[in-house]
Design a protein around this ligand. Structure first.
Ligand SMILES: O=C(O)C(=O)CO
Length: 330
């Protein structure tokens, strides 16, 4: 889209390259469609630049969108997010400025489902611990040090059966797992049958039966601390909790206590609160815990697809067309 005077629309991004900056490899593609402006450049000349910005590309929650920023961007039309979760945005505030919002569900689901399965397998087969044994000088271990949990035939409970949850079920089916799920709305029977998943009306019955519980819900006021002391106590003492959703879906203090006292067997966490955890956090000291730094979708292809999806949404908004993945405040 070319604006009046032959200028490309201005797109605000956090930074390029470094931590929380959009990847260098995406820049040529973005530059085909937009004039890119970084937060640093914007802050240096807020008054002149602010009027020109029509879109923001939020890369891993940055820049932070607050009232002050929105007030300095009078021509802002759209904010595109580089993921599916929108819990870092005040949707009502953004909408009150007449700004549209979009996320990137198509790009996200497969790679995030892969992350969930990678954590499940790594935790079950104690990959981090055995890697450390393998690289230690002595290579001495007893069988108990490397004995894992059998995944084939085990019961997986998926909490949140949106597109990521469903892709996890597809993968788990290939591992011959017994699949349970809990979701606000039940999936169609054909969809359940296609992956061999059984609906649990209550989360409690899922927690009681599962060997692996995978959290895939969005963070909302309803899912905040969805898993607390009571829920952990419902789980089997041998069960593993896998969280690829958001740290705040779990009561982290209750989780530490449950892992320390053997209320549950293990945890594999791609998300924590905060991220990263402070160096002295008890979760970092437990042998039965694996932590990854919000890997989520982070694969070469998926991150690029996210940028493509963001561009599609931004161009639609700037052309007054429906956004392919618009997110509305609830
Ligand atoms: O898409 C998201 O919001 C993610 O956090 C993926 O990890």
């Amino acid at each position: 889209m070319i604006m009046e005077g032959g200028e490309l629309p201005w797109l605000l991004v956090n930074e390029i390259g470094g931590i929380r900056g959009i990847l260098h490899s995406h820049v040529p593609f973005l530059k085909k469609h937009f004039h890119l402006i970084t937060m640093k450049e914007f802050l240096e000349n807020r008054k002149d630049v602010g009027k020109k910005v029509q879109a923001i590309y939020l890369w891993w929650h940055k820049p932070v969108i607050d009232k002050e920023l929105l007030q300095s961007l009078p021509n802002l039309k759209v904010i595109a997010n580089s993921g599916v979760g929108m819990d870092h945005l005040d949707l009502k505030l953004v909408a009150s400025f007449g700004v549209k919002m979009a996320n990137a569900p198509r790009a996200v689901s497969s790679s995030t489902a892969d992350t969930g399965m990678a954590l499940l397998l790594a935790s079950a087969r104690r990959l981090v611990e055995v890697h450390n044994i393998s690289i230690s000088q002595s290579m001495e271990y007893c069988e108990a040090d490397i004995l894992g949990v059998k995944v084939t035939g085990a019961t997986l409970g998926i909490v949140g059966m949106g597109s990521i949850g469903y892709k996890i079920a597809l993968r788990a089916k290939a591992f011959e797992m017994n699949i349970l799920y809990h979701n606000r709305t039940r999936r169609k029977v054909q969809e359940e049958q296609a992956v061999g998943a059984t609906y649990c009306k209550t989360i409690d019955s899922l927690l009681q039966q599962a060997d692996f519980v995978m959290l895939v819900v969005s963070l909302t006021p309803q899912t905040h601390k969805l898993i607390g002391k009571r829920e952990l106590e419902l789980m089997k003492p041998t069960a593993t909790l896998i969280n690829i959703s958001r740290g705040a879906v779990v009561d982290q203090e209750a989780l530490v206590a449950a892992l320390q006292s053997g209320v549950i067997g293990a945890a594999a966490l791609d998300v924590t609160s905060p991220e990263p955890l402070p160096r002295d956090h008890p979760l970092l000291k437990l042998k039965n815990v694996i932590i990854t730094p919000h890997l989520g979708i982070k694969t070469d292809k998926a991150t690029y697809m996210i940028t493509e999806e963001a561009v599609e949404n931004i161009l639609a908004a700037l052309n007054g067309l429906p956004l392919p993945s618009e997110v509305l405040p609830s």
